[in-house]
Design a protein around this ligand. Structure first.
Ligand code: C5P
Length: 402
């Protein structure tokens, strides 16, 4: 569970006292933990204990009554790879099943983009009540993962089903859940669209504007994706590179306009788009049908801005994951992050250019991956194929953690 982000929701039942051990176990497994409590949960477990063990502030109220500072439930929900609600009382389960939102924990739950696991705990008669069973069935239909309550001694002095599962088993359930997701991700075949190479913008029949891109990173990504069993549509500008595979559709283009048309034609059927092409930012405003003659000492060219293919794909995405590349010579991280948010990408891969080692024409690369959720993964110097394999592995995991 190394690096997994767990938002632990704690509701007001006696089993809440066991969440101190649960937080310790999750942390020991390498997870990051943030706790959000319903107001009544803090009567059963001290927020100070949870804050100390989780090494993070504990969230209970929508705002801090002393400072007026607001707790951003959306930010908390988006931060999480999974929300685990343990113990989940009959009252909270009822509200969750019906869209209730009268505390911070419920607001986080309603804002989730990640899976949610709940461990119900209550007295035996409540556990068997038809209304509770109805609510639990609703949550199951809403795709929640349920850790059933176990049999044993209950706080009421009665014996029966209603005890929250033991922290060790809850921790194991969460760990197994991530392994299962990873395996599902591995077996799921995707359709991946990759743009590669430079674009070539004609000036006249013999001249053009272009750049030094060789297409190597895009081709390495196509190869790595094919190795993983994915289907690839590789839309490439002029390049010397070759690649063949039965699951590869290669489309050769020249200009940014051609590349845009091909991306537009294939985008709707794509699961993941990786845009490595070094698209020319500008093209000649006019393309002469005959060779432009040498005349004056100076010649000015009027240039028109090319369409931003990546920005179009991002603005027109339905369910696709969109990954851009950035090659920056100065303020690298800052510029890459600006592109990530300006083009509304899921990830941006920063290519650090270093003469002969990384960037155009080199066989190796140094890349750093920035995610829209604030993730940063820096990879060491490696071959472009190894970097492509590592990037796809990371994307596969992230895509299927949803
Ligand atoms: O804005 P900038 O060109 O630096 O952004 C780089 C990213 O945007 C790369 O992923 C590149 O493939 C993509 N891009 C594009 N169409 C453009 C310009 C850039 O797809 N016209």
């Amino acid at each position: 569970m190394f690096g997994k982000r767990i938002l632990l929701g704690i509701t007001g039942g006696i089993a809440a006292y066991k969440t101190a051990s649960l937080v310790r176990l999750l942390k020991k497994s390498g997870a990051e933990v943030r706790c959000v409590l319903t107001p009544s949960a803090s009567s059963f477990i001290s927020p100070l204990v949870l804050a100390t063990l989780s090494e993070n502030p504990v969230h209970i109220e929508f705002w801090n009554k002393e400072t007026g500072q607001w707790t951003n439930h959306v930010e908390l929900a988006l931060w999480a790879d999974v929300m685990l609600i343990a113990p989940a009382t009959a009252n909270s389960i009822s509200k969750m099943a019906n869209g209730g939102c009268d505390n911070l924990l419920l607001a986080c739950y309603l804002s989730l983009k990640c899976p949610c696991i709940i461990a119900p705990a209550m007295d035996l008669d409540m556990y068997q009540h038809p209304s509770f069973k109805r609510n639990l069935a609703t949550l199951q239909k809403d795709n929640l993962h349920i850790i059933p309550a176990t049999f044993g001694a209950l706080a009421s002095g009665l014996e029966g089903q209603g005890r929250m599962e033991e922290p060790e088993n809850i921790c194991q359930f969460v760990a197994d859940f991530f392994v299962q997701k990873k395996n599902e991700a591995k077996s799921a075949q995707q359709k991946i669209l990759i743009t590669a190479g430079p674009t070539l913008e004609h000036l006249d029949p013999v001249r053009y504007i272009s750049n030094h891109s060789t297409g190597a990173m895009g081709f390495a990504l196509a190869q790595a994706a094919l190795q993983k069993g994915h289907e690839v549509i590789l839309i490439t500008g002029p390049t010397q590179l070759s690649l063949w595979h039965p699951k590869l559709t290669r489309i050769d283009v020249q200009s940014a306009d051609d590349m845009m048309s091909e991306v537009q034609a294939h985008w709707a059927q794509t699961d993941l788009g990786i845009f490595t092409a070094a698209v020319a930012d500008y093209r000649p405003a006019q393309v002469s049908s005959t060779k432009i003659k040498k005349q004056e000492e100076q010649l000015s060219l009027a240039l028109l801005k090319n369409p931003d293919i990546l920005a179009w794909a991002s603005a027109n995405k339905t369910n696709q994951i969109v990954v851009g590349f950035a090659l920056e010579t100065n303020n690298q991280q800052e510029n890459a992050l600006k592109k990530l948010s300006a083009k509304k990408l899921d990830y941006i891969v920063l290519n650090t250019p270093q003469e002969g080692i990384s960037g155009f024409g080199a066989s190796t690369n140094i890349i750093t991956i920035f995610g829209a959720k604030g993730q940063t993964i820096a990879l060491p110097l490696m071959s472009k194929l190894a970097a492509a394999q590592a990037l796809l592995e990371i994307l596969d995991e992230k895509t299927h953690e949803k």
